[in-house]
Design a protein around this ligand. Structure first.
Ligand code: ARG
Length: 231
């Protein structure tokens, strides 16, 4: 299904962008997380093995990577939007997500209302970036886009930016190991993650949707949710 170098019928190439715990991150040389477990489950169904292609989030969310044949499927905590549904084939929803406002510990910022004059970090091509762009004028902040969540965490730690808006579950995970960062506000955007395939790959899209139907029904989803998200 894919035209890139090492791919063949026995390989499911999966585009992702790390770090984005608990959905995808690197544990040593291995890519692990909620999304990766779901991709392994899909690969099992297809008698394939997963090969991860790490790539910028923007090239995933724009549909560019998939439609250029860089990978068969994208698993990247990718929120379903109308634009993305037009650009790619998007699966049914498998996770309900929101955004969150994160600041350096000790910052005077307690909510969006305190962002006037500050620089707010977002990930390029993300729904957090879209939210920030839509609200920058109202709250008087400036949007700064970064390649990865790792770059955003560094920029917050060094004080290069005053705040960040990105996905709640990922921030919850990241601040557990970063005591210099603090989550101050949940921004309820009611997003849903889906997996994305090349625009005309209805065959693989059917497989993903069937795999999701199966794991919702047989208890596997609940198990994996408990394992990676908890509660
Ligand atoms: N859910 C957000 C979006 O779709 C952010 C996802 C970022 N994912 C990642 N693997 N860095 O735009």
């Amino acid at each position: 299904a894919c035209t890139s170098g090492s791919d063949d019928d026995s390989t499911l190439t999966v585009c992702t962008n790390v770090p984005f715990a608990p959905f995808e991150y690197k544990d040593g040389d291995e890519y692990v997380g909620f999304d990766m477990d779901l991709m392994n489950r899909l690969a099992d169904r297809l008698d394939q093995t997963v090969e991860v292609v790490e790539i910028s989030f923007e090239s995933i969310s724009s549909g560019e990577a998939l439609n250029a044949g860089t990978c068969d499927i994208a698993a990247a905590g990718l929120s379903i939007t109308e634009e993305r549904q037009d650009a790619m084939g998007m699966s049914q929803a498998y996770y309900r997500a929101d955004q969150a406002l994160v600041v350096p510990t000790g910052s005077a910022v307690a909510s969006l209302d305190d962002l006037s004059g500050l620089q707010v970090a977002v990930q390029s091509g993300s729904t957090g970036e879209a939210y920030a762009n839509d609200n920058a004028e109202q709250y008087g902040f400036e949007v700064r886009a970064f390649e990865s969540m790792g770059d955003i965490a560094s920029a917050l730690s060094t004080g290069a930016v005053g705040a960040s808006i990105a996905d709640l579950a990922t921030w919850n995970e990241m601040i557990e190991t970063a005591s210099d960062l603090q989550l101050v506000q949940t921004i309820e955007t009611a997003e849903h993650y889906g997996f994305a395939v090349q625009k005309d790959d209805t065959e693989l899209l059917d497989e993903v949707n069937t795999m999701l139907d199966e794991i919702f029904a047989d208890g596997t989803y609940a198990e994996l949710y408990e394992k990676w998200i908890g509660e």
